[in-house]
Design a binder for this molecule. Structure first.
Ligand code: NAG
Ligand code: NAG
Ligand code: NAG
Ligand code: NAG
Length: 329
């Protein structure tokens, strides 16, 4: 009884001191929260650790910059250091200039093949990795280095890949080695990176997004090698979504549409051709979707059309399940 009385007195004092000390602090915090600029408060990927493969140029670079602008820590990789430097410099320009000029970004290069240094921007870091994603040693070193730096990866964006060099119908395409090489680049490498990331860097709670193509959904005359690689990728995406669901890892694919890049050049004035940055909304939608939409595919053009016709609230109607619906007679 005496103990209870003392406890009750203590509790009483505690409540008093909570009121005296904590409440004013909470009030101050609330006031401060309103002072935080809207742009900072609304960053969609704040604190996420993201690896984007093939981010030295084109769509991969645009994806890396979009993620960086949304507050993520971004690791970029490609085979070419100079292109990665450019991506990192663009990120540093966009981020450091308006926020602060307390430190100029310094990029130091690591001589070993798959590792490099960290660029510290105002509030996020861009990590540079020179790596050939078709080589297992490069992939392992890159993922291990990111784990050493950041402790893990929250989002993997498999973007690295290539186009079919020689186009033509099946009777024309005699170089079967070209098919093997394209599958190596567009399918085996994605397996290598995803395997290493799941093993070393993403034990649970994460997201994997592959940048796919309409060629992953429909046959295209004279592009059978490329189509084969993209159908394979869709199949892997659907399978992984099932394998990784219990770890709360969401797996989807995104088709950026007709983006004008060096690997996939398009006349910029052709109807339907879009800039790399124009996939921003669709990308952020895909990177913030819920587990209900794992094993799905979204096309940037279809996403834009749904949002235009039905509004932002209907955006998830743009998702398509990769698995075919069962056949009913
Ligand atoms: C920060 O950068 C701005 C614009 O470049 C410049 O005008 C300003 O003098 C800089 N401030 C400091 C403290 O370096
Ligand atoms: C390069 O990376 C290796 C492996 O992570 C590390 O041991 C070494 O210290 C790094 N060298 C430089 C100059 O950063
Ligand atoms: C496909 O390639 C064949 C030659 O292999 C060519 O005759 C045909 O015009 C091409 N079709 C298209 C749609 O490019
Ligand atoms: C494995 C794979 O298909 N990767 C693709 C990811 O997205 C890029 C950009 O569209 C393609 O070039 C890659 O082939």
């Amino acid at each position: 009884m005496v103990g209870a009385a003392i406890a009750s007195t203590k509790r009483h004092r505690l409540v008093h001191s909570v009121q005296r000390v904590v409440l004013p602090q909470i009030l101050i915090l609330i006031l401060l929260a309103f002072q935080i600029p809207k742009t900072l408060a609304m960053l969609l990927l704040e604190g996420k650790r993201i690896l984007v493969t093939g981010s030295g140029r084109g769509i991969g670079r645009a994806i890396a910059l979009i993620c960086h602008q949304e507050g993520a820590q971004v690791a970029i990789s490609s085979r070419t250091m100079s292109e990665l430097d450019e991506t990192a410099a663009l990120a540093a320009e966009a981020q450091v200039a308006p926020l602060s000029n307390r430190s100029s970004s310094s990029i130091t290069h690591n001589k070993s093949s798959a590792v490099a240094a960290t660029t510290t921007c105002a509030n996020t870091k861009m990590n540079i990795h020179v790596a050939d994603v078709t080589k297992k040693e490069d992939v392992e070193a890159m993922v291990q280095e990111i784990v050493n730096n950041w402790g893990g990866i929250d989002i993997l964006i498999n973007n690295a890949g290539g186009a079919q060099q020689q186009k033509g119908s099946v009777d024309i395409l005699e170089d079967e080695q070209a098919l093997t090489s394209l599958l190596q680049l567009n399918v085996v490498s994605v397996h290598l990176v995803t395997n290493a990331v799941c093993r070393l860097a993403m034990k649970k709670d994460g997201r994997i997004l592959n940048i796919s193509s309409k060629a992953g959904k429909v046959g295209l005359e004279n592009y059978s090698f490329y189509v084969a690689s993209k159908f394979a990728l869709e199949g892997m995406t659907a399978s992984w979504s099932k394998e990784l669901k219990h770890k709360n890892i969401i797996v989807n694919s995104l088709s950026p549409g007709m983006v004008n890049t060096r690997s996939f050049p398009k006349p910029p004035d052709k109807k339907g051709v879009r800039t790399p940055d124009s996939i921003r909304k669709c990308l952020l939608f895909a990177l913030t979707s819920e587990m209900g939409y794992t094993g799905h595919y979204v096309h940037a053009d279809e996403f834009d059309a749904v949002v235009r016709e039905k509004g932002e609230a209907a955006a998830s109607q743009a998702w398509k399940a990769i698995d075919e619906l069962p056949f009913h007679i």
